[in-house]
Design a protein around this ligand. Structure first.
Ligand code: DX5
Ligand code: ZN
Length: 222
């Protein structure tokens, strides 16, 4: 299994967003996490399609779009057109999750399903085969810089077991509160794609990225 960091630009300084993205790319990042918030599904409003469109030509990284948006099927085409490589929707925000996953696949990109901390894994029961990446929220979505909720670790472990039992090739991403203090516990629990916002995009981005990446490097070389 391969492990990846997915720096979230939600915590970047938008005065020099392009430079910050190039900095993580230079560090070797292969994923870029793009947090879209609509002020309905979550309290905050962040950024959307025009921002994705303008940063798309900057790098060849995997642009991992996380839609914290109510009824996200309304925006799949727009984000796919803007250059998303994968689109993750919240199970809680979809009336017809199965159909929305088909809609994403029809655009030739990867599907993701995100679950809030209090949402049980059972909502995935009948869509397992349509998901390329599971995203378990380790905080309640809406803001960067929150503390990881410890109860979510057990959920990561359980989902990793299910992925193995069913022999799925999907990734297991975690999002929220990942930093040098919590990274070992989420890796041990079974996550392989780790979103990191405030622990990367503040202060010296390169050294903060490298500090986290060191934990993955050990496991990637095993
Ligand atoms: C939370 C977002 C996250 C956020 C993570 O609502 O989905 O991707 O940027 O931020 P940190 O890493 O600061 O917890
Ligand atoms: Zn996110």
């Amino acid at each position: 299994m391969k492990y990846y960091l997915a720096p979230s630009i939600l915590s970047a300084d938008f005065k020099h967003l392009g430079d910050d993205i190039l900095t993580v790319r230079k560090c070797g990042a292969q994923y870029l996490h793009f947090d879209v918030m609509d002020g309905m599904f979550v309290p905050s409003i962040s950024f959307g399609v025009p921002v994705l469109k303008s940063i798309r030509p900057l790098t060849d990284m995997f642009y991992d779009v996380h839609l914290m948006v109510q009824d996200p099927e309304r925006y799949i085409d727009a984000f796919a057109d803007a250059g998303a490589d994968g689109i993750t929707v919240h199970a809680e925000a979809c009336r017809h999750l199965d159909r929305t996953l088909d809609q994403i696949h029809e655009r030739g990109i990867r599907t993701g399903v995100a679950l809030n901390p209090a949402t049980p894994l059972s909502v995935l029961e009948y869509v397992y085969d349509k998901v390329d990446m599971f995203l378990l929220m380790t905080v309640n979505p809406g803001f960067g810089g929150q503390k990881l909720i410890p109860a979510t670790l057990e959920k990561i472990t359980r989902l990793r077991q299910i992925i193995e039992e069913r022999d799925l090739r999907a990734d297991l991403e975690v999002d929220g509160g990942v930093n040098t203090e919590t990274i070992t516990s989420v890796l041990d629990a079974g996550a392989n794609v780790l979103v990191a916002g405030s622990s990367v995009f503040s202060g010296d981005i390169t050294s903060r990225y490298r500090a986290l990446e060191a934990y993955l490097r050990e496991r990637n070389s095993e």
